[in-house]
Design a protein around this ligand. Structure first.
Ligand code: DP6
Length: 323
């Protein structure tokens, strides 16, 4: 049997966010979340077992050591144990966006790695099993196994915590990325979410709001109500950032340009176009719109934010194997 396999996964943007774990080892989240898998932000990963003396990791041509390699090795141990193999792996990854630009995410990375590693190890995994495995590498990665709108059921253990696709009906969505800064984050999302859970007095209130936001968002999707969905998306993201900022010490990812971009979104909306912001663990702003408004919203953003790069991303597919 072949010990080498390649898989490609797209990144995803959470619209109802995941922030905080109930179980750190298994990566069980405190709340369910909802995301859109996006085209044009992907990772392609090849895993080859038994071709080297130790695990190795190359990302976009650069050999990685330390934390990045250790995290991949620990993830591969889960796969090796399941497959009953004891071989080191050579992992080679390529991103369609520069690694470290604040867009190449752990979501596409661990989804692609889960797929390629399972295939190379000869494991016959269902999409749901792949989702559960990808989750062990990075929580948000469990959603990138699927295309379009995806719900991650928080669950309560390894088996019950997985993502699944959500029917988007005839909703046509797009996410516009406003690139503020490619600089490295001041604090990793993993560390920041731990600090938020442990120290933020606002965290439990935000978690309480997540179930309501998710239920309301799913209802809005069923009704094809992009405006309602957008309002919930924006509110949920601001709530998450408020809970981060209330951490001790504060977790603040915003830069001055971030605030300008957030205000630009409000002003575009005041002008009558549907646009709603969402932000992750970094300074970049993502804007949810109806797919039919995307070009116009992007132009409005470019006019208001001449120093920012603005890119439209349409819904993307789930994990695929390269054979
Ligand atoms: C803000 O999935 O990167 O993007 O599970 O610790 O690897 P770990 O965290 P990660 O966190 C993503 C947080 C977020 C929101 C989201 O994607 O839901």
């Amino acid at each position: 049997a072949s010990r080498c396999a390649t898989a490609v996964a797209n990144s995803n943007i959470a619209l109802i966010k995941y922030w905080g774990k109930a179980d750190e080892r298994l990566i069980i989240p405190r709340a369910s979340s909802l995301s859109l898998t996006l085209d044009g932000l992907s990772t392609s990963t090849t895993v080859q077992f038994g071709a080297s003396d130790a695990d190795s990791l190359t990302i976009d041509g650069t050999t990685q050591q330390g934390t990045a390699l250790n995290r991949v090795s620990a993830f591969l141990d889960i796969i090796r144990e399941k497959a009953g193999i004891n071989l080191p792996a050579r992992v080679t990854s390529a991103n369609t966006v520069p690694y470290g630009a604040g867009l190449a995410s752990s979501a596409s990375a661990f989804a692609a790695l889960a797929g390629a590693a399972c295939e190379a190890a000869g494991l016959d995994a269902t999409p749901r099993e792949l989702s559960r495995l990808a989750r062990r590498g990075s929580g948000s990665a469990c959603r990138s196994i699927f295309g379009g709108l995806v719900k991650w059921n928080a669950g309560h253990d390894d088996e019950s915590s997985y993502a699944e696709p959500v029917d988007s009906g005839d909703m046509d969505l797009a996410v516009i990325v406003v690139l503020i800064s490619g600089e490295k984050k001041p604090i990793s999302s993993r560390e920041a979410m731990r600090r938020t859970v442990v120290t933020s007095p606002l965290y439990d209130a935000w978690i309480d709001s997540c179930q309501d936001d998710l239920d309301a968002a799913l209802a809005a999707i069923r009704q094809g109500d992009v405006e309602r969905f957008g309002e919930l998306t924006e509110a949920n993201s601001f709530g998450m950032h408020a809970s981060m900022m209330a951490s001790r010490p504060a977790v603040l990812y915003w830069l001055p340009e971030t605030v300008s971009a957030l205000n630009a979104v409000t002003s575009i909306r005041d002008g009558g176009l549907g646009a709603w912001s969402t932000m992750d663990a970094g300074p970049n702003v993502k804007v949810l719109t109806d797919g039919r408004d995307a070009e116009r919203v992007a132009d409005e953003l470019r006019n208001r934010l001449p120093d920012c790069e603005v890119q439209i991303h349409r819904p993307g597919d789930g994990l695929r194997f390269v054979r």
